[in-house]
Design a binder for this molecule. Structure first.
Ligand code: GDP
Ligand code: IMO
Ligand code: MG
Length: 431
């Protein structure tokens, strides 16, 4: 029995989808524990690309996929995603896709509030995905949220929608100066979702517990990344959920003692979408080159991702915050062809070296990244499948990351495809 959590270590888009899809072969159950359709997880199998926003990335491996209670789910998007997967030949049914009765629903007013607020903030915007994530988590915390269990109890649902719509409409009209919502229309529309989703709704905690008891392997799929965590990220330039490994337990209803390994996904360089601090960001030709070669465009919003050197300060932060037991390095191929590669090993602040990530954005803005320079390699490594075959300088780069993070390397990804991977220590054999 191995129950493994997979989390992003940076600001999202590290390649979690590819690694979850790869490892799902060895799992029986794959569960998402937080976030919503702000996520965009890419899987490439036999040259075909699939992007999932809500459905766990174990779906292509025909595993039981669960949406945990920590998620916020837009039912319209989930329906579209199910239809899209089915149209691509993937089987999706209440037998293999189950939704926690406690997961919260993203309602139409959540998207409207998200978009209108960002519009009002001008240059101070967060750069959200506009998917209603923050407003939905706000309602969960203030106990005004609507859950899947409410959706399938029509009277409860109508009562809650009517009560909350009154307040939302006041805010939408008088503060945000935008369109109001019609509760009758919402009730009618969501009645259709209720009929469609009722067979999928379940107690995810009980499902996982049964799987664990039966000795099955569970994979917990994180979305976003450690530095987008609501508590530990670059607040307020973060998402609205806890993205760190600890939330895999809260967001699914599983106790920490069931967890046997925690893998941190590390892109071989750093990217960020949206606003917020990014100490090792590149504004030169090298940044452009990485952006183009890495095809760094958001899988959800299509926005160009900001690119920079690998930052060991944030990686060490991720190791501690998540309790990482192993690393997966992705997109190593993208760095091929660069004469030199830099790693940020600390931040210089008022003449002193900071080794830990500061909470103050003011301090962070005044920090200068301190780099170590390593030699690059010119070979195309995307066809390689063994560690020994990698160019010496690529191996040096990987070893240096292991040293700086004091965490063992388990997998290296050298191209988008499922098999385009070097397994150093298989997570399901070694944990
Ligand atoms: P996620 O949100 O963490 O699942 O990552 P995304 O799917 O948003 O972004 C990662 C992108 O990198 C996707 O387009 C993947 O297909 C691609 N990718 C993943 N691993 C590799 C790799 O090793 N090399 C290259 N070149 N692309 C990769
Ligand atoms: P995956 O799972 C990268 C970013 C947004 C914005 C901030 C808040 O694909 O790695 P939100 O809509 O969540 O309120 O936006 O978080 N963001 C992501 N960036 N990858 C993601 O997901 C992201 N999900 C949210 O760009 O800066
Ligand atoms: Mg993504």
């Amino acid at each position: 029995m191995s129950n493994i959590i997979i989390v992003g270590t940076q600001w999202g888009d590290e390649g979690k989808g590819k690694i979850v899809d790869l490892l799902a072969e060895f799992a029986d159950v794959v569960v998402r524990f937080q976030g919503g359709n702000n996520a965009g997880h890419t899987m490439v199998v036999k040259g075909e690309q699939f992007i999932s926003h809500l459905v766990p990335s174990g779906i292509l491996q025909k595993k039981i996929c669960l949406l945990g209670n920590g998620m916020v789910v837009d039912p319209a998007v989930l329906l579209d995603e199910i239809d899209y997967l089915i149209s691509r030949g993937v089987s999706v049914s209440p037998d293999n896709l189950k939704i926690s009765e406690k997961a919260h629903l993203i309602m139409p007013y959540h998207n409207q509030i998200d978009i209108a607020r960002e519009g009002m903030k001008g240059h101070k915007k967060i750069g959200t995905t506009g998917r209603g994530i923050g407003p939905c988590y706000e309602d969960k915390a203030s106990r005004r949220g609507i859950r899947f269990i409410d959706l399938i109890e029509p009277e409860v649902f109508s009562e809650k929608v009517r009560a909350v719509a009154e307040e939302k409409n006041f805010y939408l009209k008088h503060y945000l100066g935008t369109e109001t919502v019609n509760p009758d229309q919402i009730i009618e529309q969501f009645g259709k979702y209720a009929a469609r989703f009722a067979p999928h709704v379940t107690n995810v905690s009980v499902e996982i517990h049964a799987a664990v008891k039966a000795g099955k392997n569970v994979l917990f799929e994180g979305a976003q990344g450690t530095h987008l965590d609501i508590d530990h990220g670059t607040y307020p330039y973060v998402t609205s959920s806890n993205t760190v490994a600890g939330n895999a337990c809260c967001g699914t209803g599983v106790g920490p003692k069931e967890i046997s390994g925690i893998l941190g996904i590390v892109k071989a360089y750093t990217t960020r979408v949206g606003e917020g601090p990014f100490p090792s960001e590149l504004f030169d030709d090298i940044g452009d080159r990485i952006q183009k070669k890495g095809a760094e465009f958001g899988a959800t919003t299509g926005r160009k991702r900001r690119c920079g050197w690998l930052d060991a300060v944030i990686l060490r932060n991720a190791v501690r915050l998540n309790g990482l037991t192993g690393l997966v390095i992705t997109k190593l191929d993208v760095l091929g062809g660069l004469e030199h590669i830099k790693i940020c090993i600390g931040y210089e602040y008022q003449g002193k070296m900071l080794h830990d990530f500061p909470a103050s954005l003011k301090i962070l803005a005044a920090c200068k990244p301190v780099y170590e320079t390593l030699p690059g390699w010119s070979e195309d490594i995307s066809g390689l499948r063994k560690m020994e075959e990698l160019p010496e300088n690529a191996k040096k780069y990987l070893r240096r990351i292991e040293e700086l993070t004091e965490t063992p390397l388990q997998i290296v990804s050298v191209s988008p495809g499922r098999e385009e991977t070097i397994i150093v220590k298989h997570p399901f054999e070694t944990v």
